[in-house]
Design a protein around this ligand. Structure first.
Ligand code: FE
Ligand code: FE
Ligand code: FE
Length: 164
């Protein structure tokens, strides 16, 4: 019989795998971005991602488990799409707009997962775990907002202007 606790633990392993993949992908995006602000945003979020992995390790500790990842086909696919943008739009004025959109797809996946995990933790009575997961959820939401602002104010106008 599979319980909510099992779902919670599987979900933790899913996002732990995802965060590690994201940690590898962000420097590539930072290096590829044309606008300084985009590079900075990706670098900042890489640092935050290290902290988020640390929080997940604390959550594993709180439930008496060793941190471990479980392959997440969703994040693999989202990052693969990001790679396509990176290659197909290299040297194009719309590259940053595409990279930001790809990064926001990642943030939205993370928001979906952390939102659910924080709620499950709270309902399982794991208040400390819930607080840690919610902290990361808020960080992902802020990142998403920052990326929206970057797209609307910098990346998208630059791409439109280049069309002449
Ligand atoms: Fe994250
Ligand atoms: Fe997944
Ligand atoms: Fe994120």
């Amino acid at each position: 019989m599979k319980t909510l606790q099992n779902l919670f633990e599987d979900g933790l392993r899913d996002i732990y795998y995802a965060e590690k993949r994201i940690l590898e992908a962000l420097p590539k995006m930072a290096d590829a971005a044309a606008a300084e602000q985009a590079t900075k945003a990706f670098r900042l979020h890489r640092e935050q991602t290290e902290g988020q992995i640390g929080r997940l390790e604390q959550v594993f500790d709180l439930i008496g488990q060793k941190p471990s990842g479980k392959k997440c086909p969703a994040i693999d696919g989202i990052l693969e799409e990001g790679d396509e943008i990176l290659k197909e739009y290299a040297d194009s004025p719309s590259l940053d707009a595409g990279l930001i959109a790809a990064a926001q797809a990642v943030e939205h996946y993370e928001m979906a997962r952390y939102g659910t995990l924080a709620t499950w933790a709270a309902q399982l009575g794991l208040d400390d775990a819930a607080a840690l997961l919610d902290e990361t959820l808020q960080e992902e939401k802020l990142t998403d907002d920052l990326l929206t602002q970057l797209a609307e104010e910098i990346a998208n106008p630059e791409a439109v202007e280049a069309e002449g």
